[in-house]
Design a protein. Structure first.
Length: 109
């Protein structure tokens, strides 16, 4: 993972989300998921461009299905925005960078 992207696991998920000083975008993904691979470079670009304003994290649903189930992630890629430890936004499916940045804007204000 890029240094601007946090790798989440069952062990560090709750602490990472609760202790973040910025909104956290969590990308729920899997190795076999084509659309997940398609948006990965976009997610990483956003992580670099929004460093200090947004924390970007990835959670592999195959390895940490308990977290995916907890947040009712039924299809991937699903991206959930957490603010102050609470899920405040959800985007399902691959999207272009312009659309994702636009979708995120309301949570970064």
């Amino acid at each position: 993972m890029a240094e601007n992207v946090v790798t989440l696991t069952t062990a560090n998920f709750d602490e990472t989300i609760r202790s973040a000083d910025t909104p956290v975008l969590v990308d729920f993904w899997a190795e076999w998921c084509g659309p997940c691979k398609q948006i990965d470079p976009i997610i990483r670009e956003i992580a670099t461009e929004k460093a200090g304003v947004l924390t970007v994290a990835k959670l592999n649903v195959d390895d940490h299905g308990d977290i995916a189930m907890r947040f009712n992630v039924m299809s991937i890629p699903t991206m959930i925005v957490f603010k102050n430890g609470e899920a405040v936004g959800r985007f399902v499916g691959a999207r272009g960078k312009t659309a994702l940045v636009s979708d995120l804007a309301q949570y970064l204000a």
